[in-house]
Design a binder for this molecule. Structure first.
Ligand code: 1GP
Length: 227
């Protein structure tokens, strides 16, 4: 079980990317609120299990963001299941979830499961291409997606996903205005203290990914910006 209600900062680690032991220790001991394991491509049972076992040496909560049925591994503190609200390909909306329940339904501890209402905003990201994410044309439209997540679907998490590129703070602000009943996560392109500070003033939780692999010192500084 995890308590996301006071999270402010999360590092996202990709099982398909390499991180040496010293870097992993620095990330896990950084003061971040959780390590989220997830990626869009190249996620397998083996590389997810290996990364989980290495993270497990530290006290930080470890959550799996499930993106493929192959990469579902028992032993995480929680499981985050994305629901891509702006998926253009209806097969991505619920079909993977139905298949997952057929395969693993009897093993699921529902108190460990959190559904994330996702909107994917970077059209060049792997996740956008995979799900054929529909472009969001305005702040109002983004806000309406957030309200769908809060009021129609009653989801605990709304995730504004700009993976790979820094997003529009005003659009994130609109999403926050539309999502008044859960935690709003922002992820995408955060690589400086200033960006971490800016987005954390709007979002409840910021998610920092790629920069871990490109500039570890900068990545670690994003924790200090938020805490
Ligand atoms: C990706 O939202 C996360 O799913 C973080 O994005 O890798 O661009 O930091 P970055």
């Amino acid at each position: 079980m995890v308590d996301v209600s006071n999270w402010r900062h999360v590092f996202k680690l990709d099982p398909d990317k390499q991180l040496d032991d010293a870097a992993l220790e620095a990330v896990c001991e950084s003061g971040t609120d959780a390590i989220m394991v997830g990626g869009t491509l190249g996620v397998t049972f083996e590389n997810t299990l290996e990364l989980m076992a290495r993270i497990r040496r530290y006290a930080v909560p470890a959550v799996l963001e499930v993106s493929s049925l192959d990469g579902v591994v028992p032993g995480f503190d929680a499981y985050f299941l994305p629901l891509v609200l702006n998926a253009g390909d209806p097969e991505w909306l619920l079909a993977p979830h139905v298949s997952g329940l057929q395969a693993y339904g009897s093993y699921i501890h529902w108190q460990e499961v959190y559904t994330e209402g996702y909107v994917i905003l970077n059209p060049d990201s792997a996740a956008a291409k995979l799900t054929k994410a529909k472009p969001i044309q305005s702040k109002d439209e983004a806000k309406a997606y957030a309200t769908v997540a809060a009021k129609l679907c009653k989801l605990p998490i709304f995730y504004v996903e700009y993976s790979g590129t820094y997003g529009d703070p005003e659009l994130v602000r609109s999403c926050k205005a539309g999502f008044d009943s859960g935690r709003l996560f922002y992820g995408g392109g955060i690589r400086t203290v200033e960006q971490a500070r800016e987005m954390s003033q709007i979002a409840d939780v910021i998610v920092v990914g790629n920069v871990i692999y490109e500039d570890l010192a900068q990545a670690l500084d994003t924790v200090k910006a938020v805490k």
